[in-house]
Design a protein around this ligand. Structure first.
Ligand code: PLP
Length: 404
């Protein structure tokens, strides 16, 4: 039984008003709201446990370290990785991908080598590879998509050649909501001896992800998109790969011994975690993961899928609407334009009705070019959204449209 009222009561912000109207928060793709337990865990740790982690002999440092390392185990279990050595804490998906592009590029890529990305990537899975292209002369190859927003797997397969070193693709598009067939894409890449990095920023909040099932080599996600704090993320990597990669940044914690003659590096995963980690944030992430696990990722998935198909049905009936992304396997994201109304105007006017949506290119300018538009309005759902909120959105869009 999905008790939506009980769930909503866990999120204090959902009961506030904006412009004297109840808040309808539909910008979850950008960031999710936080349940009370996550915020309280952070406050509680600052008030009663705070001390820098690792290396500390004193009580508080040991307690903080225990919480931080227990969080690594929570993450491992949540994504079903084989070992905690495979869980690297970062600042977010963006940093995870930058880390990987930089370290993998240094270790395994040379001038003329290629990375395969898709046309629907977020900038954070394009620009790190372009930076590497500038540094090392590597090339980006791009998987095209159909008009409904489905990646063309036959074209994908044709992109492989003896210079292909890695595939880096989004699990779920933050604009189209398309769920990409990662398992199949990994199978194809592995058949060519090529590893795969999956950008899981938009999948982890919505359905269960299983590293051993997907068999991807690397996986990145952000805490703040799954009801956790800002500034914390995860890079999962198979141990056999992480072992072979050089460190990303230098500093405390990532070393074993330092001398001016020679420095040796720490074991996994600490080799990639230079400096004081956001240990308050990692603990809060674990609390968030426990929170969604308690509700059940499968229940969240069913609830959000029902909401998305309801919203699609209702929105498709609006005069002059164009919806971008109509894949059969579509997640909780709906991007649209109505008539000639600029996305910014639509977003601004919806905001006055208390409805928070995102507008613009959604950090996916190449995808906007592919669609032949400059931007969209995007409504994205979370575990606490309701059909009533979808109705308010639909009525709001109609009302704005009638003003033009
Ligand atoms: N990848 C995708 C698909 C995203 O939607 C986002 C954020 O919107 C990111 C990467 C970047 O995430 P972050 O800003 O948390 O690093």
């Amino acid at each position: 039984m999905y008790d939506i009222d009980k769930i909503r009561a866990d999120f204090p912000i959902l009961s506030r008003t904006v412009y004297n109207r109840p808040l309808v928060y539909l910008d979850n793709g950008a960031t999710t709201q936080k349940p009370r337990c996550v915020v309280e865990a952070m406050t509680e740790e600052y008030y009663s446990v705070n001390a820098n982690v690792h290396r500390g002999v004193h009580f508080l440092s040991q307690k903080a370290t225990e919480l931080h390392e227990a969080s690594r185990e929570t993450v491992r279990s949540f994504i079903n990785a084989q070992s905690i050595n495979e869980i690297v804490f970062t600042r977010g998906t963006t940093e995870s991908i930058n880390l990987l592009a930089s370290c993998f590029g240094d270790a395994f890529m040379n001038e003329g080598d290629e990375v395969i990305v898709s046309v629907m990537e977020h900038h954070s899975n394009i620009v790190p590879w372009q930076l590497l292209a500038e540094r090392k002369g590597i090339k980006l190859r791009v998987i095209p998509m159909t008009d409904s927003g489905v990646l063309m797997l036959d074209e994908y397969e044709k992109l492989f050649n003896d210079r292909t070193r890695i595939v880096s693709v989004a699990h779920v598009s933050n604009v189209l909501g398309t769920v990409n067939p990662i398992k199949e894409m990994v199978r194809i890449a592995h058949a060519h001896g090529v590893p795969v990095l999956v950008d899981g920023a938009q999948s982890t909040p919505h359905f269960a992800v299983d590293m051993q099932l997907l068999d991807c080599d690397f996986f990145a996600f952000s805490a703040h998109k799954i009801y956790g704090p800002t500034g914390v993320g995860v890079l999962y990597g198979k141990e056999k790969w992480l072992d072979k990669l050089p460190p990303y940044q230098g500093g405390g914690e990532m070393i074993k011994n330092v001398s001016f003659e020679k420095t040796t590096f720490n074991e996994l995963p600490y080799k990639f975690e230079a400096g004081t980690p956001d240990y308050i944030g990692t603990h809060a992430l674990a609390v968030a993961l426990d929170y969604v696990s308690k509700i059940g990722m499968d229940s969240i998935y069913s609830h959000e899928r029902e909401l998305t198909s309801y919203a699609m049905q209702q929105m498709q009936q609006i005069d002059g609407i164009r919806i971008f992304g109509t894949a059969a396997d579509k997640d909780a994201v709906i991007s649209f334009l109505v008539g000639n109304i600029h996305h910014l105007d639509m977003g601004t006017l919806l905001d006055r009705l208390g409805i928070a949506v995102r507008t613009g290119h959604h950090c996916a300018e190449p995808l906007m070019s592919r669609l032949g538009i400059e931007g969209t309005v995007r409504a994205s759902f979370a575990l606490y959204n309701t059909k009533e909120e979808v109705d308010i959105l639909v009525a709001g869009i109609k009302r704005v449209a009638s003003m033009f």
